[in-house]
Design a protein around this ligand. Structure first.
Ligand SMILES: [Zn+2]
Length: 91
């Protein structure tokens, strides 16, 4: 997978992006703010030759995996939370 070539990195998304952008706006803002920051920082470090392309890809893959179809969305986690809790003291 080549990132930043003008196509959104999310499989199946046909939205065009600017060169060097990992994903389209819609998908990018589904990534958590912390991870977006990590990806931006990694790209900056990569451009300064401070990290390898492999290091950059690790951060980008994390962001892609977070929003890619089939991955669990944040809202769904809340929806399936079970409230069954049993406290069984040993005595
Ligand atoms: Zn997209």
């Amino acid at each position: 997978m080549i990132y930043g070539d003008g196509n959104c990195a999310i499989p199946g998304c046909k939205t065009k992006t600017k060169i060097d952008q990992l994903m389209c706006r819609h998908h990018w803002f589904l990534v958590t703010p912390q991870l977006r920051l990590n990806v931006s920082e990694a790209l900056r470090h990569y451009r300064r030759n401070e990290i390898t392309l492999g290091d950059l890809r690790v951060e980008q893959d994390k962001a892609v995996n977070q929003v890619k179809p089939g991955s669990v969305q944040r809202g769904e986690i809340d929806g399936v939370q079970t409230t069954i809790r049993r406290f069984t003291p040993d005595e």
